[in-house]
Design a binder for this molecule. Structure first.
Ligand SMILES: [Zn+2]
Length: 232
């Protein structure tokens, strides 16, 4: 979990007399999955801003059996970005919905943990995380009416502290994200929702889930198939 982060702070006072700390640079939290959307947000943040960056990955355990390969690839992506661009704080947590027939939207689990990260950050630093970034691309339409609930989950876990502002860079297509990113990162990503796990523990893309369908032209362009990965 985020501990104290040295950003340089100044002490400010509101008109009502309330004293608060203001960081010298914005603090941005990216909820990094192993897919292209959040990776695009992270790379833009690292290369186009001087924000202090926090990166958090949620192990979402459910009946789709994708959490191990997602965690492995996410760590590889984070290591690559840290070495190539600049340093950031990395943390992980786990939500286990294994055995549930319905396990809800990933974004709700991610929002819940984002709120926890922001809360933890505030308690360590006495000021809030400035911005929260998750992935978003044009192919994935937001479920109607869901957005207020996502924000409510983040706010609930931050309470009574100030929640972060939701922030998105320009919303582009998955292919535009892939073209923006270094090819090595595109190849390192993992996007299949329902990997086929062999008896030997190897994960292979199913080629049939909605994510695999969207990624098909990108896989062809970047020659990322077949992807077979040993169990962690
Ligand atoms: Zn798939």
């Amino acid at each position: 979990m985020p501990e104290k982060v040295e950003t340089g702070v100044t002490i400010r006072q509101k008109k009502g007399g309330k004293i608060f700390l203001k960081p010298a640079r914005p603090v941005s939290l990216v909820m990094l999955s192993s897919g292209l959307d959040s990776l695009y947000a992270l790379v833009k943040l690292l290369t186009e801003t001087d924000d202090v960056v926090l990166v958090h990955h949620v192990h979402i355990i459910n009946n789709e059996n994708r959490h191990e390969i997602e965690a492995k690839r996410t760590r590889q992506l984070a290591d690559w970005c840290r070495a190539k661009y600049r340093d950031f704080r990395y943390s992980e947590s786990t939500i286990n919905h294994k055995g549930f027939k319905g396990f809800g939207f990933d974004i709700m689990s991610v929002a819940f943990e984002a709120g926890m990260v922001c809360r933890s950050f505030y308690e360590a630093n006495d000021y809030p995380v400035s911005k929260l970034l998750t992935g978003w691309c044009t192919e994935e339409e937001s479920y109607p009416g869901r957005s207020p609930h996502v924000k409510a989950v983040v706010v609930a876990n931050c309470f009574p502290y100030e929640p972060p502002k939701f922030f998105f860079f320009d919303r582009v297509t998955k292919m535009e994200e892939a073209r923006y990113l270094p090819p090595a990162l595109v190849r390192m990503s993992w996007t299949c929702r329902r990997p086929v796990i062999s008896e030997g523990g190897e994960a292979e893309e199913c080629g049939k889930c909605p994510s695999c369908e969207v990624m098909e032209p990108i896989h062809l362009m970047f020659r990322t198939k077949p992807i077979i990965e040993k169990r962690l």
